[in-house]
Design a protein around this ligand. Structure first.
Ligand code: FES
Length: 154
């Protein structure tokens, strides 16, 4: 298996800092792995733990959450809530079979395009080393095939 494995990474980025940082990466033409699918959220504090579980249920191998640096959240404390929530959630994720390395929380400001690219590179490498996510097990897996739409679905 291994070397050809291309992980699917879902990135929840807050609108005000990290999404703008990712945009900066693009406008600066900095190359980073295409494995990430970005979802813009108003604030990292908006990332419900169920969003993370749902991402894995639907085929993600890793989830990256990125928000404004501590003290810079546009809703004052959203990123602090995220940090606390994720700390609590890590053990729950592990309990259901999602290794801690598959979920990462970072801070990226609107001017940190270069840092965003580096984070995506590192995280993609980490998830690549972990291999495909095994959550959920067996038949419960919704979307691990390359195309989740059935052929007779019209
Ligand atoms: Fe960016 Fe809250 S607005 S983390």
């Amino acid at each position: 298996m291994a070397t050809d494995f291309q992980p699917r990474v879902v990135g929840f980025l807050c609108n005000w800092c990290s999404y703008a940082g990712a945009d900066m990466t693009g406008t600066s033409r900095i190359i980073y792995p295409p494995n990430i699918r970005i979802l813009r959220v108003p604030c990292s504090g908006r990332v419900d733990p169920l969003f993370i579980v749902k991402a894995f249920r639907e085929g993600a191998d890793g989830v990256l959450i990125s928000g404004c640096h501590p003290g810079d959240c546009h809703y004052a404390e959203g990123n602090y809530h995220t940090r606390r929530r994720l700390a609590v959630m890590q053990s729950l994720l592990e309990f259901v079979g999602i290794e801690p390395g598959r979920v990462r929380l970072t801070w990226v400001s609107a001017s940190e395009g270069k840092q965003f690219a580096q984070i995506v590179r590192e995280f993609t490498d980490t998830v690549k080393k972990l291999g495909p996510s095994k959550y959920p097990e067996g038949d419960q897996q919704i979307n691990k095939s390359t195309n989740h739409k059935s052929a007779n679905h019209k």
